[in-house]
Design a binder for this molecule. Structure first.
Ligand SMILES: [Zn+2]
Length: 316
């Protein structure tokens, strides 16, 4: 497989200090892929910065200006204490969106078979008009919106396996049938951000196109994969997506310090296989995955390696 790998040193200029979401995450991933001999077999790309009008496809102009002003104004955080801001935050956030937009164009046009975007800041908690949960702009939602508007896709699936519910992504699409949002995450009663109950299934024309699969603390591979096979895969098979997008957070790993699901690399490998297979069946293989969470550097690196190896069609 011709698999793209998007990353860019400009993401390090979103300098969060001792925050768990920091630049060493991407360094650890890149270093591990290099040590394992994977990096040289990927098509590496640095991507471009998104234009503000592209971010404005889903975020309010006011929100975009607030992120820019926060970065240039030297404030320490935006909207909530966990959204730490540095002077490079706005540029890094524009580049994170731009890389993902580049990736979906390349995969849509078949210049790449699929792609993984190792970007930060992450995006799935970002709402239309505010930052949340380490996220400023919703990278994956903007990719879906771009595919719908620029390429005319009418069935785009977003699968979010980050341990936290992708509230921002859900809220941006919950009234629409052209984007199916499926999230597996730790039970919202015991985990940030407190949304993502099974009863949240979309509204209006979007009813049935939001699928939430909350999981009890302590869930291990076998139980997780059972839920994935019985709830996620049937919804994807029914939908027959034309393009598969993946919010790939690796913080459901048992070694992750921020949450309490107990997955191992095995779950990431099997889930990745299943998503690649669905993409091949229905979407001509078109799949773009992008990094969300994952805060134990070793677990993050080894899990990304499993995920990327499957995208490449290789056995680890
Ligand atoms: Zn997360």
């Amino acid at each position: 497989m011709n698999t793209g790998f998007y990353t860019n040193p400009i993401y390090h200029t979103h300098n969060t200090g001792a925050h768990p979401e920091n630049a060493s995450r991407l360094r650890a991933i890149e270093q591990h892929l290099e040590t394992e001999g994977v990096l040289s077999r990927l098509q590496t790309r640095s991507g471009r910065p998104a234009e503000p009008h592209e971010v404005n496809l889903l975020h309010t102009r006011k929100h975009i200006d607030r992120v820019e002003d926060a970065a240039s104004g030297g404030v320490a955080m935006l909207d909530t204490p966990e959204c730490v801001v540095s002077s490079g935050t706005y540029e890094a956030a524009l580049h994170a969106v731009g890389a993902v937009l580049d990736a979906v164009v390349e995969v849509s046009d078949r210049q790449l078979d699929n792609a993984f975007c190792a970007v930060r800041p992450p995006g799935h908690h970002a709402e239309r008009d505010h930052a949340m949960g380490f996220c400023f702009f919703n990278n994956i939602a903007l990719a879906a919106e771009f595919l719908a508007r620029e390429f005319g896709y009418s069935r785009i699936a977003i699968v979010d396996f980050d341990v936290h519910h992708g509230n921002g992504t859900q809220h941006l699409f919950e009234e629409r049938p052209d984007v199916l949002f499926i999230s597996t995450h730790q039970d919202p009663r015991t985990c940030y951000p407190g949304t993502g109950f099974a009863k949240e299934q979309g509204t209006g024309q979007g009813t049935g196109y939001t699928v939430n699969v909350p999981l009890a603390s302590g869930t291990e591979d076998e139980e997780y994969l059972h839920h994935f096979r019985t709830m996620v895969l049937p919804a994807l098979e029914d939908y027959q997506p034309q393009f598969m997008l993946v919010s790939a957070g690796f913080d459901a790993h048992r070694d992750d310090p921020l949450a309490s699901l107990n997955l191992t690399e095995r779950s990431y490998r099997e889930v990745s296989h299943a998503l690649v297979q669905i993409a091949e069946e229905h979407a001509g293989g078109r799949l773009v995955s992008l990094l969300e969470g994952g805060y134990d550097l070793r677990a993050l690196s080894t899990s990304v390696r499993e995920h990327v190896s499957v995208l490449m069609g290789e056995e680890a």
